[in-house]
Design a protein around this ligand. Structure first.
Ligand SMILES: [Zn+2]
Ligand SMILES: [Zn+2]
Length: 332
């Protein structure tokens, strides 16, 4: 998803104008001092130029932060622009998740891990096969990490490869998971649970049973409507079922793959709200479909005012309606 990274980038981007103005100012200052400029002054000006350029560059790169999850001493959220990943530090090594380094270096993520532990990165686990979450894993591979994904994620990546459509920067999983797999490292247990087809057909919920934390990417947004036209699932009703399976697991806090709602963790109530939203959307679109309004009229007319405060309501509701129009109006 790019919506979030875009808004964050916009917030921190220095406009080209302000950059060239700053640059021109420093240059004219240099000129004024002419030949009397001492070597020391020249160095100071040169340094300030470098600082200016570095500051401008820093403002164009995505924000990076590492946050330890409250109440734990080994679970971290790494935020890289508009994407997030969870990593867990154990006595025997680190379990990392999505590399989130699509079209950008993986180094900041690896540095973030190294800043809190000198233990080796043992695993990288993919939440699902979408490039914006899993690209950029090679530096983790070079450090010896084992890559794990859902069986279907690997199948999809192999299909993409066969069609010459696989992004070069995606590491193929070493191990695959069916419905469930438990990873034990040090004294940490991490469960990988497949809850059915939703945003992808290979999304894994990563659950820390002791900490009662889950890492869930893209299919259970917090206080936000669904992404665009709810891609990839075979049936939006199956999607709702997968949300119900997520809700039925034993957990208290949900770390999302994007910072929603001010960057907070999610709760069971957030998932219940997602389910309610999808059911309300489904019911409204079914009515519109029965009245022959799918696609265009329904996409304009269907509104769900109960959710109008949610993120991306204006931008994505029509596309969300479109997905259910396919289902209720066309049967696919
Ligand atoms: Zn995403
Ligand atoms: Zn995705």
């Amino acid at each position: 998803m790019d919506i979030y990274s875009r808004s964050i980038n916009e917030k921190f981007r220095l406009s080209p104008e302000s950059f060239s103005q700053r640059f021109a100012l420093k240059r004219s200052r240099g000129k004024d001092q002419g030949r009397q400029m001492t070597v020391t002054k020249a160095i100071i000006i040169l340094l300030s130029l470098i600082v200016g350029v570095t500051a401008a560059t820093a403002q164009t790169t995505p924000t990076v932060s590492t946050t330890k999850v409250e109440g734990t001493d080994n679970v971290y959220v790494f935020r890289y622009g508009g994407h997030q990943s969870m990593f867990v530090v154990t006595s025997q090594g680190v379990i990392a998740t999505d590399p989130i380094s699509y079209l950008r270096p993986a180094k900041p993520y690896i540095d973030a891990i190294k800043a809190v532990t000198d233990k080796p990165i043992k695993y990288v686990i993919y939440s699902h096969h979408h490039y914006d979450h899993i690209a950029g894993g090679q530096p983790f591979k070079d450090l010896g990490a084992t890559f794990i994904a859902h069986r279907r994620a690997k199948e999809r990546l192999l299909e993409l490869k066969k069609q010459n459509a696989l992004l070069a920067d995606v590491v193929m999983p070493d191990q695959v998971v069916g419905d469930r797999k438990t990873i034990k490292l040090g004294d940490t247990t991490l469960e990988l649970v497949y809850v059915g087809r939703n945003h992808s057909d290979n999304s894994l919920v990563m659950r820390l049973p002791k900490e009662k934390i889950v890492f869930v990417v893209d299919f259970a947004p917090i206080e936000s409507v669904q992404f665009r036209n709810i891609p990839d699932n075979a049936s939006p009703l199956e999607y709702i079922e997968s949300l119900k399976r997520l809700a039925a697991l034993d957990w208290e806090r949900m770390i999302p793959g994007h910072p929603y709602a001010g960057g907070r963790t999610g709760t069971k109530k957030d998932v219940a709200d997602d389910i309610a939203y999808m059911e309300d959307l489904s019911a409204e679109v079914k009515k519109a479909a029965d009245a022959g309004k799918c696609f265009d009229t329904a996409m304009k007319e269907v509104k769900l005012p109960k959710y109008e405060k949610w993120a991306n309501y204006e931008a994505s509701l029509p596309a969300n309606v479109e997905r259910f129009c396919y289902w209720w109006g066309r049967g696919y």
